[in-house]
Design a protein around this ligand. Structure first.
Ligand code: NAI
Length: 327
């Protein structure tokens, strides 16, 4: 007998990330190849027709694991009894829009969605915020859903993590799967800090193998930080398939375990590493049994402290900019 289906809400269902993401979830890439899923898709009223088109394509794939699809423009309907939520839909920056206005527009969206999650989702729902500014949107969601475990609201740093792994593997001349113990700290923004100090490749320390600290500091870190912009410049549109892939990686590892490997997740700080409690900050974690555990006790040297303080300052500024909206 097959297992009961899990319910997964995905927002921004008519958008470009979802055009890749939904098909991967329906294919069993997130919950496993023996787990039926029901997709609960949320988008704005004007996007409902486009979502229905995506649903027609999902039907045309005849995915054996897809046991139902709900399409709605109402957050509470979308989040009813869900086991997981991938919050992808967000307000993009329009021409001439100030950063502060972008933060407020998104704060309104994630306040509404946080409340709806609080009311309608399963109490152990796992939430991943992808829509930018992802860390601050996750913070607002967490604050608006006080009855859910705060630690279950997370933000996506996995794309930055995967980007760092790929660049470092190419430099070291090894395969990406051979690289372990990369950490991406902080905000999903160009200020994030991709930290390779503890990384290994084939069991060897990666910094020793690469032996080029200047390249790491002056090329690798900014390349990963500005990769999103480089993709927009080249493709004429923001990263979508790689973002969907990172969202699958994040949720799959959280649900199914990371097999002892470090992965980076934006999670509410527990006060460790000098990050104020509650700030949604990228940290290295290991996932098992449906839970994540921070990697603890890592030494933070002077360079790392400087990098972490810079990305933290940006997150505090974002938090303060939307503080009034949370009252
Ligand atoms: P898109 O513009 O193609 O699609 C966004 C969709 O969200 C649209 O269908 C829109 O109607 C919908 N939407 C807007 N407001 C909504 C609301 N209140 N409720 C439900 N749906 C709503 O954008 P794309 O390319 O799919 O990207 C989505 C988000 O993901 C953007 O904010 C983007 O910046 C972010 N992103 C985050 C990454 C990360 O690493 N954390 C990486 C890449 C993108």
């Amino acid at each position: 007998m097959s297992k009961p289906a899990v319910r997964v809400a995905v927002t921004g269902a008519a958008g470009q990330i979802c055009y890749s993401l939904l098909f991967r979830i329906a294919n069993g890439d997130l919950f496993g190849k023996d787990q039926p899923v029901i997709l609960q898709l949320l988008d704005l009223p004007q996007a409902q027709k486009a979502v229905n088109g995506v649903v027609m394509e999902l039907e045309d794939c005849a995915f054996p694991l897809l046991s139902g699809v709900v399409v709605t423009d109402d957050p509470k309907t979308a989040f009813r009894d869900i086991d997981a939520a991938l919050l992808v839909g967000a307000r993009p920056r329009s021409q001439g829009m100030e950063r502060r206005d972008l933060l407020s527009a998104n704060a309104e969206i994630f306040k509404v969605q946080g409340r709806a999650l609080n009311e309608a989702a399963k109490r152990d729902v796992k939430v991943l915020v992808v829509g930018n500014p992802a860390n601050t949107n996750a913070y607002i969601t967490m604050k608006s859903a006080p009855d859910l475990p705060a630690g279950n609201i997370t933000a996506m740093l996995r794309l930055d993590h995967n980007r760092a792994v790929s660049q470092l593997a190419a430099k070291a001349g090894v395969g990406p799967a051979e690289i372990e113990k990369i950490a991406v700290w902080g905000n999903h923004s160009p200020t994030m800090y991709a930290d390779y100090r503890f990384a290994t490749a084939k069991g060897q320390p990666l910094p020793k193998l690469i032996n080029d600290e200047t390249w790491y500091r002056e090329t690798l870190i900014p390349t990963v930080g500005k990769r999103g912009g480089a993709i927009i410049e080249a493709r004429g549109a923001s990263s979508a398939a790689s973002a969907a892939n990172a969202a699958i990686d994040h949720m799959r590892d959280w649900v199914q375990g990371s097999n002892g490997r470090w992965v980076s997740m934006g999670v509410p700080s527990d006060g460790s590493y000098g990050i104020p409690e509650g700030i949604i900050f990228g940290v290295p974690v290991i996932c098992s049994g449906g839970k994540y555990e921070r990697v603890k006790g890592l030494e933070i040297d002077e360079f790392s402290r400087k990098m972490m303080d810079k990305t933290l300052a940006e997150l505090i500024e974002e938090r303060d900019a939307i503080a009034d909206l949370l009252k």
